[in-house]
Design a binder for this molecule. Structure first.
Ligand SMILES: Cc1cc2nc3c(=O)[nH]c(=O)nc-3n(C[C@H](O)[C@H](O)[C@H](O)COP(=O)(O)O)c2cc1C
Length: 184
């Protein structure tokens, strides 16, 4: 009986440690990372413009995928602006032909830093008349499930979403997707 109780105690302790780690990881990932604007000049006098807003995670996978997408788009002629979500960002997305949102997935969710920014800009885009940007959403994560996208269904209603893609940490490079998007 004592051994069973000890076993249950150990399980609870492990679960507690796991939950504390999970909460710490999620809250660290959600912290704003500041204004890190980067612009890759496009080709020609009036290049098409793409905006990539991504929240970097705790390791480098999401940043890497964002840079690869940018490089692919840029090779296809686009002027590409990259930045992190936050108060410093404009909410005026007119002028961009393509807007890409990206985030790591932690505990089945995209980071709040990104989804808060999306909540600021998506309703305006959905209501806008005339030409609105193509929207791409990307996540990085180790699991195949894409429940993180399902949670955003309401926010994305009425937008011209052309792709929702999840990159695995060891999966393919995002450069080809960037190039493909530039050719559409
Ligand atoms: C605490 C924790 C929770 C995670 N939860 C998920 C998850 O729910 N779904 C998933 O696909 N990946 C999950 N992952 C894997 C990360 O999303 C994946 O490693 C991601 O590419 C990390 O991006 P980063 O390198 O930009 O931080 C989790 C990783 C950690 C450390």
């Amino acid at each position: 009986m004592k051994q069973i109780l000890n076993g249950i105690g150990i399980l609870f302790a492990l679960f507690f440690v796991f939950m504390v780690l999970l909460v710490s990881v999620v809250s660290a990932a959600n912290k704003p990372k500041g204004n890190k604007e980067q612009v890759l000049p496009g080709k020609g006098e009036r290049p098409r413009k793409a905006l990539i807003i991504y929240q970097p995670g705790l390791t480098k996978i999401t940043s890497r995928r964002a840079q690869e997408l940018a490089a692919g788009l840029n090779a296809g002629g686009y002027e590409v602006t990259l930045n992190h979500p936050g108060k410093h960002l404009t909410t005026d997305l007119s002028g961009y032909e393509l807007v890409i949102f990206g985030s790591p997935t932690y505990a089945g969710q995209l980071t709040k830093a990104l989804t808060n920014y999306m909540a600021q800009v998506c309703p305006g885009l959905a209501k806008a008349t005339g030409e609105t940007p193509r929207i791409v959403l990307f996540a990085t994560g180790g699991l195949e499930q894409t429940e993180e996208f399902d949670r955003l269904a309401e926010l994305l209603t009425g937008l011209n979403v052309v792709k929702m893609v999840k990159f695995s940490p060891k999966g393919p490079n995002a450069y080809d997707l960037g190039l493909e998007l530039a050719q559409e």
